[in-house]
Ligand binder design. Structure first.
Ligand code: AMP
Ligand code: TRP
Length: 378
C-alpha cells in the first residue's frame, strides 16, 4: 500500500487521474531503467479494409522498428472493427490482410506475437471490468466517438461508445508498457492510463494482498513520434488520410502498385507556391506540409532536412522524387502482401499460434485480476 485513500466509485474522474505522475507502478518506467516488469510493446490495427500510408508510417513501420529492442505483441483488433457494421466475409479477408501487412512490412511472427483479438477471451472479460471502472464522463469526452457517431448518435452501437474500454483492456491484459500509435489515438491512450490508475487505486489493498504493491497495472506510455504521426488526405490537407474516405485518390493503399502510387501522388493537391526552405514557411499550407512530412518519413529524415534540400523547388519536381521514394518502400510490401494472401490457411495458422502464445500471458493475468476484484476463482 502506498497510503493513498481508496478512490470512491463515482468520485470525480479527474481526481482519479491527477496523481498519475506521483507514483510509479511496476513496469511503467522509462526506457532503459531496470524494473521488475519487462518493458512490453502492444498495439492493434482494425481489420476494416484499405490499409493505407498513414497506417504504415504512423503505426506499422514503428512496430517493425520496435521489435529490435522489445518484446512485442501486435493484434488485429477484429472486436473493435465490429463496433460499426462489417460484412462477415470482408471481416475475415481484412483480418488476413492486416496480418499479411504486418509480416510483409517486416514483423517476424515467430519472434513477436501476432494474433487476432477475438481468439483470446481475456480481452472481452477485462473490457467488462474496465467498463465498470471507467466513468461515463470520461467516455463522453472521446472525440473519436463524436466524429464516428456523427449526428446519428442515438443510432451508434453501444460498442462504439465503449470502444476505448476495450482498447485499454487490450493493452493492460498483457500489462504492456509502451504503445506505438498514430496521433489520433492519443486520447484513447490517456484514457487507458486513467483506467489503470483508477483500478490500481480502487483495488490498492487487494492488489497488495495479491503481491502487487503499488498496483497491478503499469500506466502505458504512448509512443507517438516521427514526422508522420498524422498523415493527411492527398485531396484535402485538413482531413486525416482514412480507410473510409470515399475517394481512393485521397490515400495510398499499402497494396497499390507502382502506377497507382505514381498517379495518386501526381494528382495530390498542392498550392501554387514553391516549397519554402524551412518548416515555418509551411504555416497555413496543409497540403505542402503533408507531402513534406511523408517525404521525411519515407526517407528517414526530418522536415527541416527535406526543406533544406528542396526549398525553392516546384511541386512537380518534388513529387517526382516523392513518387520514387514511395514506390521503393510501399511497392515491395504490397507485392509481398498479395503473395501472403494467396495462402490464407497459412495466415490463419500464424494467427492461431500467436493466439496460443498470447493466452499464455493473458490467462494468468486475467486470473490475478479476477482475484483482485474479488471474483471467486478456481
Ligand atoms: P486504424 O486503421 O484506425 O485501426 O489505425 C491503425 C493505426 O494507424 C493506429 O495506430 C492509428 O493511429 C494509425 N493511423 C491511422 N490513420 C493514420 C493517419 N492518417 N496518419 C497516421 N497514423 C494513422
Ligand atoms: N483504436 C485503435 C485504432 O483505431 C486500434 C486499437 C485497438 C489499438 N486496441 C489497441 C491500438 C490497443 C493500440 C493499442 O487505431
Amino acid at each position: 500500500m502506498t497510503g493513498k485513500s481508496k478512490q470512491e466509485h463515482g468520485g470525480k474522474p479527474r481526481k482519479a487521474a491527477a496523481p498519475r505522475k506521483a507514483r510509479k507502478p511496476r513496469g511503467g518506467g522509462a526506457a532503459g531503467k531496470a524494473r521488475p516488469i519487462r518493458e512490453r510493446v502492444f498495439s492493434g490495427v482494425q481489420p476494416t479494409g484499405n490499409l493505407h500510408l498513414g497506417n504504415y508510417l504512423g503505426a506499422i513501420k514503428r512496430f517493425v522498428e520496435l521489435q529490435e529492442s522489445h518484446e512485442c505483441i501486435y493484434c488485429v483488433v477484429d472486436m473493435h472493427a465490429i463496433t460499426v457494421w462489417q460484412d462477415p466475409e470482408a471481416l475475415t479477408r481484412n483480418t488476413r490482410e492486416v496480418t499479411a501487412a504486418f509480416i510483409a512490412a517486416g514483423i517476424d511472427p515467430d519472434k513477436q506475437i501476432v494474433f487476432n483479438q477475438s481468439q483470446v477471451s481475456g480481452h472481452a472479460e477485462l473490457a467488462w471490468i474496465f467498463s465498470c471502472v471507467a466513468r461515463l464522463g470520461w467516455l463522453n469526452r472521446m472525440t473519436q466517438f463524436k466524429e464516428k457517431a456523427g449526428k446519428s448518435r442515438e443510432n451508434a452501437s453501444v460498442g462504439l461508445y465503449a470502444y476505448p474500454n476495450l482498447m485499454a483492456a487490450d493493452i493492460l491484459l498483457y500489462r504492456a508498457t509502451h504503445v506505438p500509435v498514430g496521433e489520433d489515438q492519443k486520447q484513447h491512450l490517456e484514457l487507458a492510463r486513467d483506467i489503470a490508475q483508477k483500478f490500481n487505486t480502487d483495488f490498492a489493498e487487494s492488489c497488495a494482498r495479491a503481491g502487487f504493491e503499488g498496483g497491478f497495472f503499469p500506466l502505458p506510455e504512448p509512443l507517438i513520434a516521427g514526422p508522420a504521426t498524422r498523415v493527411m488526405s492527398l485531396r484535402d490537407g485538413t482531413k486525416k488520410m482514412s480507410k473510409s474516405d470515399p475517394s481512393d485518390l485521397a490515400r495510398i493503399n499499402m497494396t497499390d502498385d507502382a502506377d497507382a502510387i505514381a498517379k495518386k501522388i501526381r494528382k495530390a493537391r498542392t498550392d501554387p507556391d514553391p516549397l519554402p526552405s524551412e518548416p515555418a514557411g509551411l504555416e497555413g499550407r496543409p497540403e505542402a506540409e503533408n507531402l513534406v512530412g511523408i517525404f521525411a518519413a519515407l526517407s528517414g529524415t526530418s522536415p527541416e532536412d527535406v526543406l533544406a534540400t528542396h526549398g525553392g523547388s516546384q511541386f512537380s519536381d518534388f513529387k517526382k522524387e516523392l513518387i520514387a521514394l514511395a514506390i521503393a518502400e510501399i511497392g515491395p510490401i504490397g507485392a509481398e502482401m498479395q503473395r501472403l494472401m494467396s495462402d490464407p490457411a497459412e495466415i490463419d495458422r500464424i494467427l492461431c499460434r500467436g493466439a496460443a502464445r498470447a493466452r499464455q500471458i493473458a490467462d494468468p493475468n486475467m486470473r490475478t485480476v479476477k482475484d483482485i476484484v474479488g471474483f471467486v476463482v478456481e
